[in-house]
Ligand binder design. Sequence first.
Ligand SMILES: [Zn+2]
Length: 596
Amino acid sequence: MKTPWDKGSLFGPHRRRERGLKRLGRAAIIVVAAGVIAWLIRDQAGFVVAVYEGKRAVDRHDFAAAREAFQRAWHVRPQSALMYDCAGFLALQEQAKGWKNAARGNYIQARERRLRSNFLINHVKEARRLLDAGRYEQAETELEHALLLSPRNATANLLQGHLLYAQGRLAKAIEQYQKALTLAYGSAEIQSTLARVQEAKSKGSIPYILDRNGAVLAALDVTSRLPTYPSDFLTAQLVGYRSSSHGYAGLEAALEDKLGGNVVTLTIDVGLQRIADAALGWQKGSIVVLNPQTGEILAAVSHPSFRPSLVDKNWGRIMDNQNEPLKNRAMEGLYEPGSIAKIITSAAIMETKTDVTSLYPFKCKGYVMIGNETFWDWKRHNMIPSFSEAFNQSCNVGIARMVHRLGAASLIQFLRSFGFSEDDHIPLDLPVAKSKAPLELESQTALASAAIGLGRGFRITPLHAAMLAAAVANGGVMMSPILVKEVRSVTGAVIRTAAPHPYKIAMKKETAAALTKYMVDFVHSGIGRKARMIRYQVAGKTGTSGSSKHGLNGWFICFAPANKPELAAAILCENGGAGHAVAAPLAQRLLSEALK
Ligand SMILES: [Zn+2]
């Protein structure tokens, strides 16, 4: 019986030696092959790692590290299609001087060396990322390469359609979308895009600035390649204009680098803007309406206005107009606040719990002597029984008596918390003039004047005035104003979005509640009666500044409904008269239409 163990006995010693030699040879081959493979793998692995590191570095915008990694990979496979592809990608992403030629040149080299695909760089995906980010020039180069590599890729063809649309080439875009549709038959995304673009083409314009509800405020005319402004003079200082001879203004200037191909949605409600415009009527001045909880600017009117599409034609007339129609009074007009500043003074008295009860009742004679100086009231109020009544009647003497108890330091502290510090600057996409308040009050007269919002050193923009009212409405928190709600790229991807955030904690919640009551009474039974509404309680405060010789500026700042504020507003009538007489009735007109 043979067993497996007997197997060896079948072979003689000679054969055994032969087999030994064979084994040795085989082992040697294996060792050499393993060495070669190890060497190859080591190199190959090093290559993959280097390319991978390079791509990662590009993604985090560390271009120096990317270049170093790609160079390492280049040493392993010099002049390979893949390495040219990486070099092109790096140049495109880095955007150094001459990047476009560098990127295209390298991509051409890669294709000439028969690059089929790059295991790390998906050019269709990268093109999409660039389009999503609104980086159209780079997307164009990337997409050209992607389409030459895979001409029948439906996504690449769709993206090419988006790019053409962003460039305003609607007929070409439609052709491209149709081609994409044949490659991805029945794609809902492509079909809806195609419908949207066909509609834009039939209208002959591409919208690029919208109001919060999608109403078009600025669009590019496809034929003339010039902007058109459907909301015309209504939003002229906000949207601005583009003129080849007189430059850019408004958002056209401020967002210039974001406008090509993207869609900007504003917080403005053009319906409310129209109501505010009508409320202001022929009056020179401004109306700003805010959402007090978010700081969103819902309307910002500046009178007089101009027609943005006729800037070139009317330039001479616009320049000759003493009333400066180009000036955005809402954000750049600086005016003495007058009694609207009593909100700040009253907040300070309330929050510091300054004991003012012993000052009342007193008899207002229409003036009071401070040292040797006569401090004038705007009228003789006679008996003033309390703080609330001094506020209600907007009695300057009453406020002056109280602010001397409060002291300059406390008033200054509250002026700062309402946004009047040296380094305060309201952040916005449009230029905002810096409000200022007297922050050094050396004399008692200066203190009394500051308390009632008067003096050379006291100036506020209508926007900031509206923020003052909004801060009371929002429990003491003054929100940063928002004008641009979001910016989307041609693909619909959000490039930028605005989140509400506090600008100042102006006062405590209890103080805001107490002030609200004073402001409600002020409209219900006080000096602000002309803003009274039947259906809602309005909280408000008037202000008057300037001089009867040079013209009075009338203010009214308010919010409504007082118990659940939806809107906060500032109305400024430049050279219009006293606030209670001219601005308060406009508030009623504004609110009764706006809160329908
Ligand atoms: Zn008085």
